[in-house]
Design a protein around this ligand. Structure first.
Ligand code: ATP
Ligand code: MG
Length: 459
């Protein structure tokens, strides 16, 4: 964290100091929520959890080197007392962001935020120091936590922004005040909460609405709901995509036998051949977004191209490919599942199948789709049939059954529905042969990543 005295922390969060002897002691390390993860010189945020209350761990946090505790009541340790710890984290993050003089880049969209963030971080690291969101810490707690990790000499702060409703992104943007903001695409993730894709677009648009005239809005020219956000920002606009209207674009796109994109990256007069190491058609969009973001942050074109060519998958369970010694390929994409990401994963599987390898899709249910859930699951079932995926195994309750039935109706011959994920392993341990390609995908809560890990390990 950018160093602050306890007096400054208290002022930033509107709190009062309790049991503090010296208010000039500095906080130098980031804020932690888990007393076991406190770093020497850090703050410990005592969050009220469902099962445990952070206040009970104040002493443990101090023993681990915390300078003070951010709390709603005295803890018997040096503390900054506030009304609400989450709000205080936001206020503190805002104060730190105001002191920070490096570049702040933010990414939102329905799918691909973490993947893009990972690609971008790998590019930016060639040019300077980067602090980026860890995993998917993109909500009202994870976001300020990330901002608080920034150092005075950090060159780039890369932030993933998530939204489950209107006002969420503008809240996060107000905390960190990004100069560069990218919207990747508008899909159906969380449509149950939002109601429609248009409503999702309005919520994601808040990022570019928050940019000021000196900022850059990085927009997906291939997604009409994103492209039209150009009319809703004061910032300069940089478009990425595959058509002629994109400023940063991919041309001559092909997919190799492992569904990795190869293309020519173009920006103005610059051009470079790119061969992505990450698997999946959809990473083309993420790569273009990462390139446009990096170019907006002042990274040279050659560095961007080198960074993309060398980039690898950082966050697991996202099209994570394992080649087993027996010749079976396992694609673990079980981190989560929205209709668009299932479609993207199936397309990649079908691309790999074009090399005449038998394909198996293990699909768990998608969640948070509200009233549209039955129709969206049936659509996926039909896609499985249309793409010629050899075997479909659906896992879970009614929606998974609907997916299976739709695939059967659309002509898929080998469709099995199972209720519990454990049954998948039983089915596949006997059924897989060398050269089979297996995709495992489902909502995070379906827990299929465990199944994927077991399959990858050859169990
Ligand atoms: N551009 C894209 N279009 C469709 N699917 C994508 C895209 N990028 C990634 N995916 C897939 O979507 C899933 C989530 O990817 P990722 O974690 O990068 O997204 P995210 O936006 O960070 O998700 P979350 O909202 O859960 O944090 C993975 O299965 C991934 O393979
Ligand atoms: Mg994420």
């Amino acid at each position: 964290m950018i160093s602050m005295t306890l007096a400054e922390v208290a002022r930033a969060v509107g709190g009062r100091l309790d049991s503090v002897n010296d208010d000039q002691v500095t906080v130098t390390a980031p804020t932690a929520f888990d007393s076991r993860q406190v770093e020497a010189g850090g703050l410990f945020a005592a969050l009220p959890g469902k099962r445990v209350d952070g206040h009970d761990f104040a002493t443990a946090a101090m023993d681990n080197g915390a300078v003070a505790v951010l709390a709603t009541r005295p803890t018997g340790t040096p503390a900054v007392i506030v009304d609400d710890v989450v709000t205080a984290m936001s206020d503190l993050a805002h104060d730190v962001a105001t002191r920070y003089t490096g570049r702040v880049l933010a990414i939102t969209g329905s799918a691909g935020k973490t993947s893009t963030k990972d690609l971008l971080t790998q590019i930016l690291s060639r040019h300077g120091s980067v602090v980026a969101t860890q995993r998917s810490f993109n909500n009202e707690i994870g976001f300020p936590h990330t901002v608080l990790r920034v150092q005075a000499d950090t060159d780039f702060l890369v932030l993933e922004m998530g939204a489950r409703g209107r006002g969420h992104i503008s809240h996060l943007a107000a905390i960190a005040r990004p100069q560069i903001g990218a919207v990747l695409g508008i899909g159906s993730a969380h449509i149950g909460e939002f109601g429609s894709r248009e409503a999702i677009a309005v919520a994601k648009r808040e990022l570019v609405e928050a940019l000021d005239t000196s900022g850059i809005a990085v927009l997906n020219a291939d997604d009409p709901l994103v492209a039209e956000m150009a009319d809703h920002t004061r910032a300069q606009v940089l478009r990425f995509g595959t058509g002629p209207d994109a400023d940063v674009r991919a041309e001559d796109i092909t997919l190799d036998a492992s569904a990795r994109a190869r293309f020519t990256l173009r920006h103005g007069d610059d051009a470079a051949p790119i061969a992505l190491g990450v698997v999946g058609v959809h990473h083309l969009t993420n790569a273009l977004a990462a390139a446009a973001l990096a170019l907006s942050a002042g990274v040279g074109f050659a560095t961007v191209a080198e960074g993309l060519n060398d980039a690898s998958l950082v966050s697991g369970s996202r099209m994570e490919v394992t080649e087993r010694p027996d010749g079976v390929t396992v694609i673990n994409d079980a981190f989560n599942a929205s209709p668009e990401s299932v479609e993207a994963a199936l397309l990649s599987l079908a691309t790999i199948a074009a090399t005449l390898r038998p394909t198996v899709a293990v699909l768990g249910e998608m969640r948070e789709l509200g009233d549209t859930a039955p129709a969206l699951h049936q659509k996926i079932g039909r896609q499985v049939a249309d793409l010629g995926i050899g075997t479909l195994i659906t896992v879970g309750g009614h929606h998974a059954e609907l997916m299976a039935a739709a695939a059967r109706d659309a002509g898929s011959a080998q469709v099995t529905h199972v209720e519990a994920k454990d049954e998948v392993l039983e089915l596949l341990t006997e059924g897989l042969r060398g050269r089979d390609v297996v995709l495992i995908k489902g909502a995070n809560s379906a827990g299929l990543f465990e199944t994927a890990a077991a399959l990858a390990a050859g169990h």
